[in-house]
Design a protein around this ligand. Structure first.
Ligand code: TYD
Length: 217
C-alpha cells in the first residue's frame, strides 16, 4: 500500500481476545513512539457514527435477511474505509482494526452460505483497500466443552465454529505474506508478544526498516 500509514487488522472467531489485543498493541505503540505517531483503534461494524447505527440495526434489530445483512456489513465497511481509515492512513497513522472483510467472507460467505460474491462486494465497497497485515487470532473452539454431553444445537454451534476457524486459517494460508496466524489459546501476554513480533515483521518488510521501528514514525 502506498500510504505513509500502517494498517493492522485483527480477525478470528468471537471470543478469541481481539479487542484486548488491539488495546494492548495500541498502548505499546503509543508509548514506544512517545506520542509522535498517531495510533487509531477502530472496529467493524461500528467504527463511525453511521456504522454505530448500522451495527445496531444488524445486531440488535429484528431478523435481517442474510443478503441484507451482508450488504449492511458492506455499507458499514464502505463508509468506515472512506471516511476514517483511508484518511488516517493517508495522514500517516497506524490503524489497528478489529475485523474487516475476512469476517464477511467467513461469516456471511461461509457460515451463511452466501459464497464468493461476498468478497467481491467488500472489495468493491472498499475500492480494494487491503491491510498491511492481518493477524488471525486462532483458537480451538470451545475445546473444553466437546467432551461434555451436548444437545444438538450446541453440537451444531461448535461444528460451525470449527468450520469458521478453518475458513480463517485457509485464507491466511492462501496469502502468507499478508497474514500472521497467532495461537490465541495462551496467556494474554504471550499472545501480545506474538502479535508484536508479527507486526514488527510486517513493518520491517514493507518499509525495509530494522525490526524495532516503534520509536521512529
Ligand atoms: P465483534 O464486534 O467482534 O463482536 P463483539 O462486540 O461481540 O466482540 O463482531 C460482531 C459480530 O459481527 C461478530 O459475531 C462477527 C459479526 N460480523 C460478521 O458477521 N460479518 C462482518 O463482516 C463483521 C465485520 C462482523
Amino acid at each position: 500500500m502506498a500510504f505513509p500509514g500502517f494498517w493492522v487488522v485483527f480477525e478470528g472467531a468471537d471470543g478469541v481476545g481481539k479487542t484486548t489485543q488491539v488495546e494492548l498493541l495500541a498502548a505499546r505503540l503509543r508509548s514506544a513512539a512517545g506520542g509522535s505517531r498517531e495510533v487509531l483503534t477502530t472496529r467493524e461494524p461500528g467504527g463511525t457514527p453511521l456504522g454505530v447505527e448500522l451495527r445496531q440495526a444488524i445486531m440488535h434489530g429484528d431478523h435481517v435477511a442474510p443478503r441484507a445483512e451482508a450488504l449492511l456489513y458492506a455499507a458499514d465497511r464502505a463508509h468506515h474505509i472512506a471516511t476514517l481509515v483511508r484518511p488516517a492512513l493517508e495522514a500517516g497513522a497506524v490503524v489497528l482494526q478489529d475485523r474487516y472483510l475476512d469476517s464477511s467472507v467467513v461469516y456471511q460467505g461461509g457460515a451463511r452460505g452466501l459464497g464468493d460474491e461476498v468478497e467481491r462486494i467488500s472489495r468493491w465497497a472498499t475500492e480494494g483497500l487491503l491491510p498491511d497485515v492481518t493477524v488471525v487470532l486462532d483458537m480451538e473452539p470451545d475445546a473444553s466443552r466437546m467432551s461434555r454431553d451436548l444437545d444438538r444445537v450446541e453440537r451444531e454451534t461448535i461444528a460451525k465454529a470449527a468450520q469458521m476457524r478453518a475458513a480463517f486459517l485457509e485464507r491466511a494460508a492462501l496469502d502468507p505474506g499478508r497474514y500472521a496466524v497467532v495461537d490465541a489459546a495462551r496467556s494474554v501476554e504471550a499472545v501480545h508478544a506474538s502479535v508484536v513480533e508479527a507486526v514488527e515483521r510486517a513493518m520491517g518488510r514493507r518499509d525495509g526498516l530494522p525490526l524495532e521501528p516503534w520509536g521512529t514514525p
